[in-house]
Design a protein around this ligand. Sequence first.
Ligand SMILES: NC(=O)c1ccc[n+]([C@@H]2O[C@H](COP(=O)([O-])OP(=O)(O)OC[C@H]3O[C@@H](n4cnc5c(N)ncnc54)[C@H](O)[C@@H]3O)[C@@H](O)[C@H]2O)c1
Length: 263
Amino acid sequence: MMNRLLITGAAGGLGVEMRKRLAPLAKTLRLSDIVDLGTAGANEELVICDLGNRAAVADLVQGCDGIVHFGGVSTEQPWDPIANANIQGVFNLYEAARLHGKPRILFASSNHATGFYRQDHRIDNTVYPRPDGLYGVSKVFGEAMAHMYHDKFGIETAIVRIGSSFPEPWDYRSLASWLSYSDFQTLITRIFEVPELGCPIIYGASANATTWWDNSNTAWLGWSPKDSSEQFRAKIEATVEKPADDEAVSVWQGGVFTTIHKE
Ligand SMILES: NC(=O)c1ccc[n+]([C@@H]2O[C@H](COP(=O)([O-])OP(=O)(O)OC[C@H]3O[C@@H](n4cnc5c(N)ncnc54)[C@H](O)[C@@H]3O)[C@@H](O)[C@H]2O)c1
């Protein structure tokens, strides 16, 4: 059990869910976001902090022996907010980690780091990134920071290229990319319990019937997702119009993100 686990982005979709689920991993959860986090529960510390503020992030990281880094811009947006949270913020986090005990980190990367691979192309964790927007580029930057701080300073990071981690899939694409909260919880638990982690890239998807991602290079981690999106297929087929085969959402792993540019 860790003494103190920091979850950034704790007011977001994944943060709210994992705040409940990850409590057993540490004596204290330090929860941080730029927006209100509600009331602290037993064994919780709440810290409002902009990831772009270097001094504040240094204080935030001090005293933590693990970090789940969910905080940041999580969709395709203009460059300035992405640069503040996902570029400057990731630099601030890794510098703070280097200076304050080198905690193990989970970096919430994204399938949008490789969104311009086609859906009929099965990829593993050795492929060259092909980001599908500025958001995806920022995740590639975060992955590079994780590798550099591992190779140069020994900080261990699990880079998780999360697919679609929501209560349920909502369209045909997310039948392939869905990651259940339970499967993500068991992945995070493995990441913090293995004796040696290194700096692996792991695709975050459940055991879906359709899949674009090959995690065989990280089988040593001992993570086996249990859920499958098949339980939702009939509902989606009954309620969602199937997109044409040549639409972006049908062609590219990143789906509609490949078509959005907000500058
Ligand atoms: N949910 C998914 O399916 C999915 C898929 C791929 C990647 N991810 C990544 O996982 C992480 C969590 O995803 P989510 O769905 O919970 O996203 P979310 O947008 O719901 O949560 C992100 C949180 O980060 C906070 N934040 C934004 N800018 C900040 C800043 N400058 N300083 C401090 N906090 C800031 C937001 O207030 C928000 O609460 C994100 O990094 C996202 O890119 C999620």
